[in-house]
Ligand binder design. Structure first.
Ligand code: SF4
Ligand code: SF4
Length: 504
């Protein structure tokens, strides 16, 4: 099946694309050469896959006390912290080294997917539902404290990636199903690096568009004829339908490097850019369309941000008091309806009221000729920097206060597996940084998020109401400040040290 590619205009710059003045990681000696190598992604995936297998083994056959189990500890303390910190300093490095994709690649050597992903599901709704489901299951089943169920979750994830991508063409699992992927896509709008075209002039003169169509034997350096489109693909193009010259930012990009491997002109780099800048940009994005017209992206940004608050709120003691109070006045003796009520309140009712109010006030103050829903869609992405700041503060707290806990757990696992302390005797006193040092770091992440949200909403306000930018900006600035205040209050409460020996 051939891929339709939009024609490019003759001009050589595309709004939102970084220019050749940007620093290019692929030009760094050795590192750049390694990353451009056809097998670089697989080389990064193999160790993560091996670690995943160790975690699965330890989940089912290791100690069932979470702080002593590699699956629970690495998944809920280290992995989550490292994902957001890697995005902050680089980009979507987890998707780049994603272990779930290796079995999928192996399966595709024998299975040729026959179907296109259903048209009605080509949006973010399914993955939003799965994202909420994972957050809900995490709280309901106390997954951080349950190695066995954590192992089941990892195995189900591997199976789902293989099944979906064995049935459906391209990267359907990453683009439409994977909740971790959606989290990473939104978070990496705040990353300082992106896969982008080095010189748009070269793309204008490029006839083959291998970065999206894939590289075929006769396509390189020749015309992209209908005949060449029927030849077998030597190197596939972007499976997430992102056409490099039209791609804007990191949304939907898995950092898989297929475009880098495929481009016959070596015209795709890993370029530096201003974090969050892509959130201010309007216009149509390749493979995505206009995000201001996609209510699924509005819902995703909302669940991402309010879910960050909810996930952190669930770690502090007031949540237990709230649950107890609801149980007493309703007489409920099971947790799930109470938790479902809490989730509905935090992820549906609260955002609907707050975003609706901000949009209605914006409409009144700025006299914007748009409906309340259109204004919500326009400004929803301004939540993302603050949401990312809250996830960073929360996951960073667990990571920084517990990053050394993996040492005694690994030592203990080796001791139990081999019968001798080949990694040394378990040093159970290992922990991490003291909370007094971590708290200012958390505050710094939250402030970065707040400033980022204000900058993005100022830019969006200018686009919506050029004559009354301040009036259009104010309601959203107040909303961001309110959410920031709630986040700071949550971070000042004593938190469960879930999954580590420090938490008991
Ligand atoms: S294959 Fe390379 S040069 Fe051609 S359009 Fe894609 S990125 Fe540009
Ligand atoms: S092929 Fe697509 S998803 Fe992969 S790095 Fe390039 S743009 Fe991103």
């Amino acid at each position: 099946m051939t891929t339709t590619v939009e024609p490019l205009p003759r001009e050589t710059s595309v709004p939102g694309q970084t220019g050749s003045a940007a620093f290019d990681v692929l030009r760094v000696p050795l590192l750049g050469r390694f990353l451009r190598w056809r097998w670089s992604r697989v080389t990064l995936q193999v160790p993560v896959l091996l670690l995943s297998l160790v975690m699965i083994g330890h989940a089912f056959w290791g100690p069932q006390l979470a702080p002593k189990n590699l699956a629970a500890l690495l998944t809920w303390v280290h992995f989550r912290g490292l994902v957001v910190l890697a995005i902050l300093v680089g980009g979507n490095l987890f998707c780049m080294a994603c272990p779930f994709m290796l079995p999928r690649e192996l399966a595709r050597r024998w299975i040729n997917p026959r179907w296109e992903w259903p048209r009605g599901l080509r949006n973010k709704w399914l993955s939003i539902g799965l994202f909420v489901f994972v957050l809900f299951a995490y709280e309901l089943f106390d997954l951080w404290g349950d190695p066995w169920w954590t192992g089941v979750l990892i195995v189900v994830y591997f199976a789902a990636a293989v099944v979906v991508d064995s049935l459906f063409r391209r990267a359907s699992f990453c683009k439409y199903v994977c909740p971790v992927g959606q989290f990473n896509f939104l978070s990496s709008t705040m990353a300082p690096l992106e896969l982008a075209v080095r010189d748009h002039g070269i793309c204008v003169g490029c006839h083959t568009k291998d970065c999206i169509r894939g590289r075929r034997p006769l396509a390189t350096g020749s015309e992209g004829t209908p005949d060449s489109a029927r030849l077998p693909v030597l190197q596939r193009g972007c499976e997430l339908a992102l056409f490099q010259p039209r791609k804007v930012g990191n949304l939907d990009c898995t950092f898989c490097f297929d475009c880098v491997y495929a481009c016959p002109h070596d015209n795709v780099g890993i370029l530096t850019r201003l974090p969050g800048d892509e959130l201010s940009q309007g216009g149509t994005r390749s493979g995505i369309g206009r995000i201001s017209r996609r209510f699924d992206f509005t819902a995703l940004a909302t669940v991402f941000t309010f879910g960050a608050l909810l996930n952190a709120f669930a770690m502090i003691s007031p949540v237990y008091a709230v649950e107890q109070w609801v149980a007493e006045i309703t007489g409920l003796r099971v947790e799930w309806p109470i938790l479902a009520g809490l989730f509905s309140l935090a992820l549906i009712l609260e955002p609907t009221i707050l975003l609706g109010a901000a949009a209605a006030v914006t409409r009144g103050l700025a006299g914007a000729p748009a409906s309340v829903l259109q204004i919500i869609n326009h400004f929803a992405r301004s939540l993302v920097p603050l949401g990312f700041g809250i996830w960073l503060a929360h996951y960073g707290f667990h990571f920084f206060t517990g990053f050394l806990t993996v040492v005694p757990v690994a030592q203990n696992a080796a001791l139990r597996s081999f019968g001798s302390p080949i990694l040394g005797d378990p040093q159970w006193h290992f922990g991490g940084l003291p909370e007094a040092i971590v708290f200012p770091i958390e505050l710094g992440f939250l402030m970065l998020g707040l400033v980022g949200s204000w900058i993005v909403s100022w830019s969006l306000a200018g686009e919506l109401a050029p004559e009354r930018t301040g009036s259009a900006f104010t309601p959203w600035a107040v909303l961001h400040a309110l959410l920031f205040g709630v986040a700071v209050w949550i971070m000042t409460q004593p938190m469960d040290m879930r999954g580590t020996m420090l938490g008991g």
